[in-house]
Design a protein around this ligand. Structure first.
Ligand code: NAP
Ligand code: MG
Length: 487
């Protein structure tokens, strides 16, 4: 087998970049490791500024042709990409699980179907894009969404293909070309996507994939004068760096960042539902940006809530994510595990009590944890842990609930459990968050706006919002027949 191919669970993956329709190797590589057992999944081409520049050049060269491709034809090719994802869904699922440790059963049943849906949805939406013409003193205003140019898309490891395609699909639908840089901890499915897209007839250079350390290849992409949009999902510190780098050419940015979202449980809530919602926050071992990691419970029901939560959490099965019976898999990387444990140990030292967990498990596993006796201004309440660690605080009335809920620098999401629709209306109106769920969690429609308030992000994507970001929106004003300047 070529030195540039690796095989993961029987699936062969090219470890090189994909630039201008060709596989391109770097002289250096990095090792991609599986969080399940620490084994090596392959030696991946480690891109530098040179490969970054080559990818942008390829995207620039392919742009005029793709931008001029009629929307119906662009949509046809995107649907063919979706079909290709469906055909290889099982392979994508098993590779992703090996690479990032998230549950195979969620990759199979939830995530890979959504990856395909990302392409179909934005193909359909492209053909529906419309703003009714309107007139100004007899002049017609016509709004159009013009392709913007090469886009740089940078994505994290917690839901690699899902988050990558949620950007790739609208960027391509809009008529742009793309340079995708997946996270170094989970690069494999992006390489498979490049194969799938090429097989579906996407012209060379329209989708380019470059791998490597963000610190080594990032600036070559984000400070490049030919890049017209940057969409980034990841952490706040990296976002600051990218924003500074993009400032050189005022390149428009979409930033989807971290969170410290609250789950507000009022005494009038269905307590079993509230407990289910809370336990669900351990999904993907807590490595979910939207996770409601701060549980805020009305004091009168706090003891009963905690009892039911502890009971349910103790029944979760942690283990190999390839096993269908597993509820919680491993943490992505030893470095992340260290980070999580550091947060928990500092919180315990500061007086927090671990009602559930509070320690490492075997290998890359961290025990699901619930901490109480935590102060609002403490690190564990204010900072994103990105692991299976929840805090519980109590409140006595609506004002206090809202104050605690809004009391961080984040504003990605919020969840409210209440049996009173009027309370739901009052409270949701006061919450600072891009998405608010009432008596539910993680219900996501691609036509809804998605993004964060405060330091959870800049801008919104989804439906029209995606096209507003990925396009140069243009208004064309046409005079009525016979109109004169000095008429
Ligand atoms: P990260 O460290 O910020 O990395 C995200 C991506 O940025 C990776 O591909 C990374 O490459 C790259 N990168 C790093 N330094 C860069 C630089 N100087 N220039 C350009 N790119 C650079 O975040 P993460 O740890 O992978 O992801 C977890 C974070 O993402 C959490 O904060 C989570 O809340 C957030 N997140 C947000 C959403 C949302 O939709 N709001 C969704 C999921 C995750 P390397 O892998 O090589 O470092
Ligand atoms: Mg990996």
């Amino acid at each position: 087998m070529s030195e540039h191919l690796t095989t993961v669970a029987g699936v062969t993956i090219d470890t090189r970049h994909f630039i201008g329709g060709e596989r391109v190797a770097s002289t250096e590589t990095f090792t991609d490791v599986s969080p399940i057992d620490g084994s090596s999944l392959g030696e991946i081409s480690r891109g530098t500024a040179m490969e970054g520049a080559a990818a942008v050049a390829a995207a620039k060269a392919a742009f005029p042709g793709w931008a001029a491709t009629p929307p119906a034809e662009r949509a046809r090719i995107l649907r063919a990409v979706a079909d290709g994802v469906d055909e290889r869904a099982e392979e994508l699922a098993i590779v992703e699980t090996n690479d990032n440790g998230a549950l195979l059963r969620s990759h199979r049943r939830g995530i890979m179907p959504r990856v395909a849906h990302n392409f179909r949805f934005f193909a359909d939406w492209l053909l529906k894009l419309d703003h009714e013409d309107f007139t100004t003193r007899g002049h017609t205003n016509h709004v159009s969404w013009d392709p913007a140019g090469p886009c740089v898309l940078i994505t994290p490891w917690n839901a690699p293909l899902m988050l990558a395609t949620w950007k790739v699909a609208p960027a391509l639908a809009a008529g742009n070309t793309v340079v995708l840089k997946p996270a170094e901890w989970s690069p494999l499915t992006a390489s498979l996507l490049a194969d799938i897209a090429a097989g579906a007839g996407l012209p060379a250079g329209v989708l380019n994939v470059v791998q490597g350390y963000g610190s080594e290849i990032g600036d070559a992409l984000t400070a490049h004068p030919d890049v017209r949009r940057i969409s980034f999902t990841g952490s706040v510190p990296t976002a600051r760096h990218i924003a500074a780098s993009a400032a050189a050419h005022l390149t428009p940015l979409s930033l989807e960042l971290g969170g410290k979202s609250p789950l507000l449980v009022f005494a009038d809530a269905d307590l079993d539902l509230a407990v289910d919602l809370a336990v669900e926050q351990y999904d993907n071992a807590g490595q979910v940006c939207l996770a409601a990691t701060r549980i805020l419970v009305e004091e009168t029901v706090a003891a009963e809530f905690t009892r039911r939560f502890t009971d349910k959490a103790s029944r979760l099965r942690q283990g190999d994510p390839r096993d269908e019976a597993t509820d919680i898999g491993p943490t992505i990387h030893p470095r992340q595990l260290e980070k999580i444990d550091g947060f928990v140990q500092r919180a315990l030292a500061a007086g927090a009590r671990a009602v559930v967990g509070g320690r490492r498990g075997e290998g890359h596993y961290y025990a699901p944890t619930l901490l109480t006796d935590v102060a609002q201004d403490s690190e564990i309440v204010q900072e994103e842990v990105f692991g299976p660690v929840l805090t519980l605080q109590t409140f006595t009335d609506e004002d206090e609930a809202v104050r605690l809920a809004n009391g961080t620098r984040f504003g990605l999401a919020a969840t409210v459990a209440t049996g009173d629709p009027e309370r739901a209306e009052r409270v949701t109106a006061r919450l600072v968050a891009g998405t608010v769920w009432v008596n539910c969690f993680f219900v996501r429609d691609l036509q809804a706006p998605f993004g964060g308030s405060r330091q959870s992000g800049v801008g919104r994507e989804g439906g029209n919002w995606s096209f507003d970001f990925y396009c140069d929106v243009k208004n064309t004003v046409t005079a009525p027949k016979g109109w004169k300047v000095h008429g």
